[in-house]
Design a protein around this ligand. Structure first.
Ligand code: URA
Length: 240
């Protein structure tokens, strides 16, 4: 339960004083009836919210799969450059739906966003070993020695990358599964074996797989099964 005016502010509809004014003049309906008391307690999980005659999605919890295109920063906001949040309705940012980890600006593919800060934190925790799988296109032939080098773990300038799995799919195409998520990790691992990544695309994040029906730049909310599996990845009991 929460105050009606606070709910509207949290959803990014407007400021506290604007919402109080709007509510007092009858612009907000709850379950089909005008409520004129800004302090009215409402159940944000069940109440049907209508603002200025428009039905509003009042959920404060959202979990999103985005097919990230190249050219956008993975950040909640940036002063100069467009971010992945520009692809979602404003309400998502207002309620704190945030990317889980980062993909480089030129990387495409699966990006998870959630309002659940604990889920976000746990999925990224170093000890958690949530696998991430990437398709990489590189600038020279891939060889069996690269598979062995990835499997042994690579020594990078500032850290030792844990053993990773490399499958060779084509002369210059590989699928890499890593358990960590360090800055430019996959690019730096290929660099360490003498190959530069020219294209990188994430297919999986933990138990979550990028929906093949989801075009680049599009997003959808997670299904209940996907959510349940992710919460299991994070070793959290209940889906929130
Ligand atoms: N590794 C990288 O180098 N870049 C990414 O975007 C993700 C993993």
């Amino acid at each position: 339960m929460l105050r009606l005016d606070r709910w509207l502010v949290t959803l990014g509809v407007g400021s506290r004083s604007e919402m109080q004014k709007l509510i007092r003049k009858g612009g907000v309906q709850v379950d089909g009836l005008p409520v004129r008391d800004p302090g009215q307690q409402v159940n944000e999980n069940t109440a049907v919210l209508t603002v200025n005659g428009q039905r509003l999605d009042g959920r404060l919890t959202r979990h999103v799969m985005l097919h990230k295109p190249a050219g956008l920063l993975t950040a909640a906001r940036d002063k100069k450059q467009p971010t992945v949040m520009d692809l979602l309705p404003d309400a998502y940012a207002a309620i704190g739906c945030m990317p889980v980890g980062r993909l480089d600006k030129d990387t495409t593919g699966l990006l998870l966003l959630t309002t659940d800060g604990e889920l976000n934190h746990r999925l990224l925790a170093p000890g958690r070993h949530v696998d991430k799988t990437y398709l990489a296109e590189v600038d020279g032939p891939l060889e069996a020695s690269h598979i062995a080098a990835f499997a042994a773990g690579l020594h990078l300038s500032d850290f030792d990358a844990q053993p990773a799995k490399l499958e060779i799919l084509g002369p210059t195409t590989g699928r890499v599964t890593v358990h960590e998520g360090k800055f430019h990790q996959v690019k730096r691992m290929f660099s360490a074996v003498g190959r530069e990544v020219v294209k990188l695309h994430r297919e999986n994040f933990g138990s979550l797989t990028l929906d093949s029906e989801l075009p680049e730049g599009k997003w959808r909310e997670l299904t209940e099964e996907e959510l349940k599996a992710l919460y299991q990845d994070a070793q959290m009991e209940a889906v929130r």
